[in-house]
Design a protein. Structure first.
Length: 278
């Protein structure tokens, strides 16, 4: 039986509840899943490693980069690949995706940010500011005017992405489309609580199983095709803008995959993993 190390974090102590059933599904493919805390793990030669829930990696970026280097130096295999992970860690990838013809939420990148009105004078308020490397909505701010920039003091001096505030995030929510081995699996709608723009559960958001319209599903699949990448897993987060879906983020490192709302999909995920191991 082949061994697969599964990277988690201290807060999930084993597999996250949303991943219940993954070990059994992997076992059906003669794969032994071994959950490990990512920053306590040292790969040995020719290890095989799956990233699942190291959700504190952005707080320990240098240590995470060290782990990626160790994975390379031991000729180990990472799912998704090391190159993919490095690329996806920095949200400036959004500009690259726009260059592929993908419809994205307009994104401005500001390096070593100075929270001064002139820094953002080319943008129309309200805007959303978030760190280029981050997760879970941490240090993400809705700024309604230049006078409110001081509210984002946690971002002073950091590399930041700025996006226009899309009203539908608050009124409708944010869609997550899940793909395994290049094929659409399921869709989730994340909704924000009242008077909040962040949809993550840690900020009071709620998660709902969602059946997308045929038009929206076609848009999501077309977006995925334009990526032209062989991802084992990918989550595409969209918001509505008129009749279109705009890509807000591409998650191919450690996205929550929402198996709680689509339990049958875990077998599809395990099959995609097995394809890359066997």
């Amino acid at each position: 039986m082949k061994e697969l190390y599964i990277l988690t974090d201290l807060t999930t102590d084993g597999l996250h509840p949303d991943d219940d059933g993954l070990l059994e599904a992997l076992n059906d493919h003669s794969i032994k899943g071994v959950p490990v805390v990512w920053d306590e793990f040292t790969p040995t030669e020719n290890s095989t490693i799956l990233i699942r829930t190291p959700w504190d990696y952005a707080l320990k970026r240098e240590k995470f980069q060290e782990l990626l280097h160790k994975i390379e130096s031991t000729n180990s295999k990472l799912i998704n690949s090391v190159d993919t992970v490095r690329w996806n860690m920095d949200k400036s990838y959004m500009n690259e995706l726009e260059g592929l013809g993908i419809k994205v939420v307009p994104t401005s990148i500001v390096k070593k940010t100075k929270l001064l009105p002139e820094t953002f004078n080319s943008l129309t308020y309200p805007i959303v500011l978030k760190p280029l490397v981050g997760a879970g909505g941490k240090d993400t701010f809705l700024i309604n005017s230049a006078q409110e920039l001081t509210q984002a003091s946690a971002l002073e001096g950091r590399d930041v992405m700025a996006q226009p505030y899309i009203e539908s995030v608050s009124s409708i929510g944010e869609y997550s489309y899940l793909f395994f081995d290049g094929k659409f699996s399921h869709c989730i709608l994340k909704t924000a609580k009242k008077n909040e723009f962040r949809v993550q559960e840690e900020h009071g958001g709620t998660v709902h199983k969602h059946t997308p319209s045929e038009a929206h599903l076609d848009m999501a699949i077309e977006t995925y095709k334009k990526l032209n990448q062989d991802y084992c897993y990918a989550r595409l987060d969209f918001v509505e803008s008129g009749s279109e879906l705009l890509l807000m983020e591409l998650e191919v490192i450690e996205p929550q995959l929402f198996f709680t709302w689509a339990p049958d999909a875990i077998t599809t995920f395990a099959k995609a993993i097995a394809k890359r191991i066997n």
